[in-house]
Design a protein around this ligand. Structure first.
Ligand SMILES: *Cc1c(COP(=O)(O)O)cnc(C)c1O
Length: 394
């Protein structure tokens, strides 16, 4: 295993999570459908609970297909172990629930993915958990907010829709000094471009729905943890009864095999398109930490090895009708939720309206773009048509 840890990411995505000699030489770990798992005798049946969730014991705890995906993602990110869940939101819910008890205090970044905030406000608060939102730019200042009953700090960098970066190592150092766990939604960074554990994250949460699966046909969540928190997290997932279909695990692992080529290509196209947009008179600002003049650039450059192809575009137009005219005129960009697939997407966004600890106003309507694998020049031509329609719509 130690020689594996030194492998580069592209080698890990090619080789991790498969063992052809175990499966008659088949290159990919096959799909194992299972509920019941049979044991040879009573002794081994009664011993089944003694492991750390890594052997076959019952379908809900995973099959060789599930384990293959989990092992590959954990190895790529440099974590101790991983567990797959039925959606990214389910992974967030289970991870937060592992730190939630009546009287606990949990700190959540004000830039958080909105359904995470909704779960905290609608569910955790009702169970007697104190939820406090903090300024995403707080850095080491998080120390001032940590109390004796604080159990977790939740980060997300860059923030959903606002693309604000966070100084995760500074936040983690302050949290760890007081024995508090650091959870992070690392969907944008992915295990390929952000090695969360090297930056102080204890529990890294991915919407596997996005770049890991990569083809807009799977719902998936993956929690990766360090050794310290593994059993606490794995038990929480088991207690809630979450499990994932082996077909979906197979598809997610197939997606993971090509995450490197897809993400590098999509990043390059996204940068080209973002720079083109920056020069357009209709555009006030592009929110993308991979751009040198973005306020989050220094942190991104320090902590990430690449960028997702998802960014925000603040427009000079003030009319929502004109922004809709832009999006409706696009022929290559689909209008829909999610991202990280092979295809481009465009949606309007208004993340400022959910903030409670801080204010966020980009100074114009916000468009969120996901850049797919199309040729970037074709996407630019499409956007040019869209901007023209926005101008005509006033
Ligand atoms: C999409 C998304 C999620 C949730 O993933 P689902 O699989 O759609 O539930 C969580 N966090 C971020 C940042 C996301 O973009």
């Amino acid at each position: 295993m130690s020689d594996r840890i030194k492998m580069r990411p592209d080698t890990i995505t090619t080789h991790a999570g498969r063992d052809p000699q175990r499966f008659d030489g088949v290159v990919n770990t096959p799909v194992f459908r299972a509920s019941t798992v049979l044991f040879p005798d009573v002794e081994s049946y009664e011993a089944r609970d003694g492991d750390d969730y890594k052997i076959m014991r019952y379908g809900i705890y995973g099959t060789p297909t599930t384990f293959a995906l989990e092992e590959a993602v954990a190895q790529l990110e440099g974590g101790h172990a991983a567990v797959a869940l039925p959606s990214g939101l389910a992974a967030i819910v289970a991870a937060l629930a592992a730190f939630a008890k009546s009287g606990a205090h949990i700190l959540i970044t004000d830039s958080v993915y909105h359904p995470t905030r909704n779960f905290c406000d609608q569910r955790l608060r009702g169970m007697g958990v104190e939820i406090e939102y903090y300024d995403p730019l707080i850095g080491a200042g998080i120390a001032r907010l940590i109390r004796p009953n604080t159990t977790a700090v939740f980060c997300e960098a860059p923030g959903s829709h606002t693309f604000e970066m966070q100084d995760i190592p500074a936040i983690a150092a302050a949290a760890h000094a007081k024995g508090v766990a650091v959870l992070a939604d690392t969907t944008w960074g992915t295990p390929y471009f952000f090695r969360a554990f090297e930056h102080g994250v204890d529990i890294s949460i991915h919407a596997g729905t996005k770049y890991i699966s990569g083809h807009s046909d799977v719902m998936m969540g993956i929690i990766v943890t360090n050794e310290q928190y593994w059993l606490q997290l794995r038990r929480a997932v088991a207690d809630y009864g979450y499990c994932v279909s082996p077909d979906d695990c197979y598809l997610a692992l197939r997606g993971l095999r090509t995450i490197g080529v897809r993400m590098r290509h999509q990043q390059q196209s996204a940068l080209q398109i973002a720079r083109w947009l920056q020069r357009r008179p209709e555009v006030k600002r592009v929110l993308y930490p991979a751009l040198e003049d973005d306020p989050g650039y220094a942190l991104w450059k320090r902590d990430f090895t690449g960028a997702a192809s998802l960014f925000g575009v603040v427009l000079n137009s003030t009319s929502p009708r004109a922004v809709a005219a832009l999006i409706d005129a696009l022929t290559l960009f689909g209008i829909g939720s999610s991202w990280g697939g092979f295809e481009s997407l465009a949606i309007p966004a208004d993340p400022g309206k959910h903030r409670t600890a801080t204010q966020w106003n980009p100074g114009g309507p916000l468009l969120r773009l996901h850049i797919g694998l199309e040729h970037p020049d074709d996407l630019i031509a499409d956007l040019e048509r869209g901007l023209e329609q926005m101008r005509l719509a006033g």
